[in-house]
Structure formats: structure tokens, C-alpha cells
Design a binder for this molecule. Structure first.
Ligand SMILES: NC(=O)c1ccc[n+]([C@@H]2O[C@H](COP(=O)([O-])OP(=O)(O)OC[C@H]3O[C@@H](n4cnc5c(N)ncnc54)[C@H](OP(=O)(O)O)[C@@H]3O)[C@@H](O)[C@H]2O)c1
Length: 146
């Protein structure tokens, strides 16, 4: 799922189907999916569950916006509701460890993972890079070279 300007880009990296969220609301469509992975976190748990089959799986990685508690709110709600519904509901947190970064680095070096890089900034341009990411519409990763 992405906005109109990224539809072709998302297809080009392998998506069989792309939903343009500015034209179609996945939570209001009749279609249900086996697995939904939310990496954005701007929809309610109810909306996300509506897109998942009765025995399907929802994985929530995105936060709910804001700086303190709100980024965790959706994941916490997911964990609290999970024992009471037939759908599998999961929250995931990234674990930024040396070991995981080395594994990721090896996957990139071998070409098994090809990161989509939007923009590259120098270290002195870090504030500009952060401001760009905070706009919320980067088209892939934003790199700072050191
Ligand atoms: N669970 C964890 O461990 C973990 C780790 C890192 C981040 N997070 C959370 O994950 C979320 C995303 O983080 P991020 O760093 O990936 O952010 P990001 O880089 O700012 O996300 C940018 C992407 O969001 C898309 N987007 C923006 N508005 C959207 C909308 N209304 N509907 C669907 N897609 C939309 C943009 O596509 P378009 O330009 O096409 O709109 C762009 O591809 C945040 O809430 C963050 O807190 C969680």
C-alpha cells in the first residue's frame, strides 16, 4: 500500500498488487487477507482487523505517532486484545543489536536484500535528513554517510 506517486515504484520492486491508499480504503473493501503487516501505524486496530480473515494474522510494527506513549499504543492494544480473538495478533519491535546488524549487512552484501535508497546526506546535513524523514514520505531509506 502506498500513495499514487509510488505505485509504479512498489510494483517495480516486486509487489503483485498495490493499493493506492489515497484512492481506496483497504478497511472498507470486502476483501480479507491471510496476513496483514502494518508498518505505518496510523489506523485503528479495528480497521486493521477488518482486513484480516477470521483466522488470519495481523502483525503490527508501526506506532501510533507522537513521541512518548502513543508510538506504543497500537502495539499494546494488539497484545491486550490478542488472547480474546480468533485472529492471530502480534506486535513486533525491532532489535537493533550488533548481531542483527551484522546479519542484515551480510544479506545486503550478498544481494539477497536490496535496500531501496531514496536520498544520501553527509554527516553535516543530518538535521536536513532528519527533517526529510519526519515529513513521513521518504521513498525508501535515507542514508547519512560518515
Ligand atoms: N516496531 C518497531 O520496532 C518500529 C521500528 C521503527 C519504526 N517503527 C514505527 O513504524 C512507523 C513507520 O516508521 P518509518 O521509519 O518506516 O516511517 P517513514 O519512513 O516516515 O515512513 C514513510 C513511509 O510511510 C508511507 N506513508 C505515509 N503516510 C501513509 C499513509 N497514510 N498510509 C500508508 N502509508 C503511508 C510513505 O508512503 P507515501 O509517501 O506513499 O505516503 C512512506 O513510504 C512509525 O510509526 C514508527 O514509530 C516501529
Amino acid at each position: 500500500m502506498c500513495s499514487t506517486r509510488n505505485v509504479d515504484l512498489v510494483r517495480s520492486i516486486g509487489a503483485a498488487e498495490v493499493i493506492d491508499y489515497s484512492r481506496s480504503d483497504f478497511a472498507r473493501q470486502p476483501r480479507r487477507y491471510d496476513v496483514v503487516v502494518d508498518t505505518i501505524g496510523n489506523r485503528t486496530l479495528r480497521d486493521l482487523r477488518r482486513a484480516v480473515k477470521p483466522r488470519g494474522t495481523l502483525v503490527v510494527a508501526g506506532g501510533g505517532g507522537g513521541k512518548w506513549f502513543r508510538p506504543m499504543a497500537l502495539a499494546l492494544k494488539t497484545v491486550v486484545v490478542a488472547p480474546f480473538v480468533r485472529q492471530q495478533l502480534r506486535g513486533v519491535m525491532s532489535a537493533v543489536t550488533k548481531e542483527n546488524l551484522e546479519t542484515l549487512s551480510a544479506l545486503v552484501m550478498s544481494g539477497d536484500v536490496v535496500p531501496l535508497i531514496d536520498r544520501t546526506y553527509s554527516l553535516s546535513e543530518t538535521p536536513v535528513a532528519v527533517a526529510y524523514v519526519e515529513e513521513g514520505h521518504a521513498r525508501g531509506k535515507v542514508i547519512i554517510t560518515v
